[in-house]
Write a protein that binds this ligand. Structure first.
Ligand code: AMP
Ligand code: MG
Length: 413
């Protein structure tokens, strides 16, 4: 009898042991959604299924909230409200918007104004020109330039404390009295009429940064968010989720600008792959989302010094930084600055690395799908630290995520 008890005891011990082991075994989950004009993929490693689920739900909530505030193409977004502000053009802004604007201002300073989130009036001008099928006149460009410049925006962070959820109609009796019911207020003011913020060059970086932080708060131990060209990875996968001899860091693909994906759902050809942990990788390519006027292709990135779409020979710019907003903003700025100035900027900016790919000759066509481009020669510029992250080109399916999808398509002939 004691033997049977002992046996049962052992069995119970085994079952409990297995259950405890299962409960502690980390899980990895992946989800994908269409948002921000691309496909967003979130990967999460967590100690259990419920924690992974909560982290994913929180990430999507964070993304939706950020997009609602930052998307200048939505008439009801916070950015649109700021853009429609009336004299004296000073408004209270949500802390999330204030933080993204402050990050944009830092990149504006770092890049000597090549990145400028007040580029809105010029984007509107060129968008209208594309609709009308004719380049804007120089005097209209000069007029729009008058309303562009981050030096014409005043940002006051935490300028005062205001009570949460208090509006002009809140009755006196309902006003909170304790100090912990107060939160800091941030003010943004335009110093000119007709200014327009457009955070398209940095918003994705700000958003994926917030998604990752929120997943960590939910208990995730390693996460990766890929928002089509903007990737941010934190932590490392535990040994139990890595194949024997594998690298626990995330593997991220950089797309070859000569063979870009034809849709956000499929990976294009890879140029290289990087092993990263606690780093962001942003790729900008300027003719992928460009526009056409009278048969000529133009970039969607505008040079704030000339007021015209950029026409450098850069096919794609990939920037690595510990800060996803900085990576996103710098990638856009280097499209404006070109390879030489761009490399100098990266060398003097601490913690930042890059890979710049420039067409060696004018490419044969403006069509991204042109087969003749596939082997077109590229000049490669890479910073020392970038080369150290590279694992070389290899099969797309090995990559997590498969690739940074938003790389450059070719410039005009
Ligand atoms: P990205 O894809 O990150 O390179 O960002 C491109 C987007 O940034 C454009 O679609 C515009 O919304 C915005 N943009 C264009 N030119 C500039 C510029 N010089 N500085 C900052 N943002 C820009
Ligand atoms: Mg950018």
């Amino acid at each position: 009898m004691p033997g049977r008890f002992a046996e049962r005891g052992f069995l119970i011990f085994l079952v409990l042991g297995l259950a405890a082991g299962c409960a502690r075994r980390p899980v990895e989950k992946v989800e994908t959604r269409e948002a921000m004009n691309t496909v967003v993929t979130v990967r999460v490693v967590a100690p259990s299924n419920p924690i992974a689920r909560r982290a994913l739900d929180d990430a999507w909530k964070e993304m939706d909230e950020c997009v609602r505030l930052l998307d200048c193409h939505r008439p009801d977004s916070h950015i649109s409200q700021i853009n429609q502000s009336e004299p004296p053009f000073t408004v209270f802004v949500h802390p999330l918007v204030a933080n993204c604007l402050a990050a944009a201002k830092e990149v504006w300073e770092e890049t000597g104004g090549a990145f400028d989130p007040t580029i809105g009036p010029l984007l509107e001008l060129w968008r209208k020109a594309a609709e009308e099928g004719k380049e804007p006149e120089q005097r209209n460009i000069a007029e729009a330039l008058e309303r562009v410049g981050m030096d014409k925006v005043e940002i006051e962070m935490e300028t005062m404390m205001v009570a949460r959820n208090v509006t002009a109609r809140t009755p006196q009796s309902a006003l909170p009295s304790q100090e912990n019911l107060l939160e800091p207020a941030h003010l943004v003011g335009f110093t000119r009429e007709g200014m327009r913020l457009d955070l398209g060059g940095i918003a994705k970086g700000c958003i994926i940064g917030r998604m990752v932080r929120r997943m960590e708060r939910a208990g995730a131990t390693a996460v990766l968010v890929d928002a089509g060209g903007d990737v941010y990875a934190a932590g490392q996968r535990p040994p139990s989720l890595v194949p024997p001899g594998g690298d626990p860091r995330w593997l991220v693909g950089v797309q070859d600008p000569r063979a870009p994906a034809q849709s956000p759902h499929e990976p294009g050809r890879l140029f290289t792959r990087l092993h990263i942990g606690d780093l962001a990788v942003a790729t900008s390519g300027h003719y992928y989302r460009g526009f056409t006027i009278a048969g000529k292709r133009y970039s969607h990135i505008i040079d704030p010094r000339t007021g015209r779409p950029v026409s450098t020979r850069l096919a794609s710019v990939t920037v690595v930084s510990p800060d996803p907003a900085q990576a996103d903003g710098l990638a856009t700025a280097i499209e404006v600055l070109g390879a030489e100035e761009g490399m100098k900027l990266v060398v003097r900016t601490e913690g930042v690395e890059c890979l710049l790919l420039e067409w060696a000759k004018e490419p044969p066509s403006s069509e991204p799908s042109d087969d003749r481009l596939l082997e077109a020669p590229l000049v490669e510029y890479r910073s020392k630290g970038f080369a150290a992250l590279e694992v070389g080109s290899g099969p797309t399916h090995d990559c997590v995520p498969p690739t940074s999808r938003h790389a450059g398509a070719p410039p005009p002939p």
